[in-house]
Design a protein around this ligand. Sequence first.
Ligand SMILES: *[C@@H]1O[C@H](CO)[C@@H](O)[C@H](O)[C@H]1NC(C)=O
Ligand SMILES: *[C@@H]1O[C@H](CO)[C@@H](O)[C@H](O)[C@H]1NC(C)=O
Ligand SMILES: *[C@@H]1O[C@H](CO)[C@@H](O)[C@H](O)[C@H]1NC(C)=O
Ligand SMILES: *[C@@H]1O[C@H](CO)[C@@H](O)[C@H](O)[C@H]1NC(C)=O
Ligand SMILES: *[C@@H]1O[C@H](CO)[C@@H](O)[C@H](O)[C@H]1NC(C)=O
Length: 498
Amino acid sequence: MGFPTNLLLANLVMLAGFAHSFNFWRLPCRNRIAAARIDPIMAPGETCDHMHTIFGSGGFSDNVTQDDLLDANCTSCAVTQDKSAYWTPPLMFVYSNGSTTMVNQDGGMLAYYFVYGEDPQPFPESFRMMAGDQFLRNFTGPVPDPPTSEWTDADKTQFSLSQKAIGFNCLHYNTTNEDSLYRHTMPEKDFLDENCWDGLRIELMFPSCWNGVDVDSPDHKSHMAYPDLVKDGKCPEGFNTRLVSLFYETKYDTQDFRGVEGQFVLSTGDPTGCGYHGDFIQGWEPDFLQEAMNGCTNPSGEVSDCPLFTDNADASTCQIALPEALVDENPFFNLHGLLGDVPIQSGPEQATPYGFLLPAPTSPGLPVPAGGIIGSLGDVVSGVVTGLAAPVPSEAPSDGRIQAAQVPSTTCASKQALPTGVSRDADDCEVVIVRETAVVEVGNDGVPITTLAPVGSTTTSTKIVAMPMNNLKREQFSTPGEMSSLRRMHNRHLHNRH
Ligand SMILES: *[C@@H]1O[C@H](CO)[C@@H](O)[C@H](O)[C@H]1NC(C)=O
Ligand SMILES: *[C@@H]1O[C@H](CO)[C@@H](O)[C@H](O)[C@H]1NC(C)=O
Ligand SMILES: *[C@@H]1O[C@H](CO)[C@@H](O)[C@H](O)[C@H]1NC(C)=O
Ligand SMILES: *[C@@H]1O[C@H](CO)[C@@H](O)[C@H](O)[C@H]1NC(C)=O
Ligand SMILES: *[C@@H]1O[C@H](CO)[C@@H](O)[C@H](O)[C@H]1NC(C)=O
């Protein structure tokens, strides 16, 4: 289905510098089970800040366990013995008018399983991990990578290895393709238009050295480490258990936007690609993965060439039901900005957390983060306004406070079209968190301040008089997800005050 399998394999073998052969297979997951703001690893039981394209077990949910995955009656991947879950942020296109659309994902995704290294083990029970850092916005190594034989200690730090584990492969099948993991940043749109006739393949190598103990960790990464050549090589001290190696490939039809004005970004608002990441929860039938690692010896890597695998006839029909908060969200097209109001942050500095990802405020006087909670009732803070201000509601409640729900969703949603260069009244005012990225300020008289600080400007002594979050009405938000994220922020706010 458009994947130049022989080429890719040659690339991988070359890159890894293999003289000997190793078992591997390429697991096609042709259909998504969902595209939604769900991430059971990073945001269990909640709405995730950004959207993912999700493959694998029909048991997937925002708070899924391995047992749920295994109990499901279907998977969207090609073999019935695998009910794992695989997900990444998809590639989006931002039109010059601010609308966004998901770039068609050609052929779903492929999950490669490589049996590299010494005595590799299958994923342990309940194993989960993520790779990549959604806030990263720069690549710090030399471009292109020096040959692996010349890698210095600086090339082999875990940070450096994790950056080199991300690839953007410009596809042009009528000429020689780039090696896998050749470029680690997203090519410019002009370059994609002109050169990548067959689209863009986004790649991610997961770490394969395990600490031998933890099946997960607080950051979902530190129980794992990269071997010193990314794909293969030596495992670092303390991560001596080699696991089967996992590599994701997703291919996007960027040519659909050839000549169209706009930019490509990940659903995390990342135009650089450096913040690409992926998640995995193990859902292989007990003992089966080890059998496949030993028994799938056909060098083609085709799952159909390994007699152990049972072909999954239901792959194309497997879907999950979305949580209620997300059923009205359209992952494929959003009129104003990215789904979840994810701000586009181009770096090179680390992206700023937004929405519920914000660190909890610890003291008054913090910078005002993008749409985040900036303090408690009565706190006085000053700092940089990074949130985008929505046009103000036409009426304020009689008690002088503003209800978040009174800001019509249309005005919240039009924040992309904010005027620049507006200034705000520096007097005391109320600050109301309206949505994850919108801040509305209201004067003490209850009248909304109509001129607001431009993004990036410094406020002076903004008094937070109230954070009224009561009486939120679903119909006043364009999506239920917005309301639930508001509630969550509010709860966290209350929690932090006690
Ligand atoms: C997630 O599921 C576990 C186990 O079913 C449950 O104990 C926990 O409360 C759930 N968490 C959330 C945030 O829903
Ligand atoms: C799996 O279960 C769901 C819900 O019960 C059902 O709608 C679906 O048809 C089943 N799929 C398969 C492949 O049996
Ligand atoms: C922006 O342009 C796209 C593509 O032409 C269109 O579908 C969308 O409706 C436009 N959005 C706005 C806000 O006009
Ligand atoms: C490959 O295909 C592209 C797009 O069809 C074309 O522009 C280019 O000239 C071709 N290159 C070669 C070497 O055939
Ligand atoms: C590159 O990213 C790192 C990690 O996010 C950050 O610490 C560093 O400051 C960034 N470099 C630049 C030039 O902003």
